[in-house]
Design a protein around this ligand. Sequence first.
Ligand code: ZN
Ligand code: FE
Length: 240
Amino acid sequence: MLEIVRIPVLSDNYVWLAHEAESRETMVVDPAVADPVLAEANARGWQITQIWNTHWHPDHTGGNEAIKAATGCTITGPEAEQARIPTLDVMVKEGDTVALGPVVADVIDVPAHTAGHIAYHLPSEQAAFVGDTLFAMGCGRLFEGTAEQMYANMRKLEGLPDETKVYCAHEYTEANGRYAVTAEPDNQALAERMDQVLAMRAKGEATVPTTIGDERATNPFMRARSADELAARRAAKDAF
Ligand code: ZN
Ligand code: FE
């Protein structure tokens, strides 16, 4: 059973720190920066043993080098982006698994935001670390891939159990929701969720992790009925 801690850094990034008590292993997902992550681990008496990266963007890998220098941890990330993440020790792709003590993660290929983006699904924890592919009521921008790829990614992720907690890498929920309610104005679950999100954000509360079930009900990108509809919604959101 993992203990998972949210570390807000930069303007809207979330770094996730996960500790496995039996093995005493501690893992960081997508450290944008090093110092707040090392400080949080130290404060809890946890020794960071691993970093898992989802994609090469600097706001997901910027802390790799300094955390490794401070802890000697092992860095795992997407094989397809090894040239862009020179700090990687272990390269993985769909079909591979990564272990944190007894906890096993399945690697899922989710290219589109970047060409080699991966996600980590931990079935025993009912958790998934999805980087910048799936957000609360949103999806990542299509920087290095196509709407067809993102549509396929959404099929993979919506196939996870509804109760799966989705640990995304940014607090984009309010801005996503403001667009989402225009894409699906008749979606009552979406309207209710947006009311809740506005109330939470007004109090400065984090709105993630989300769940696969909530995204199936309210996410206009997961709910797009075709790659073309996803493309149109992505373009509309980019210009929103
Ligand atoms: Zn990114
Ligand atoms: Fe990012």
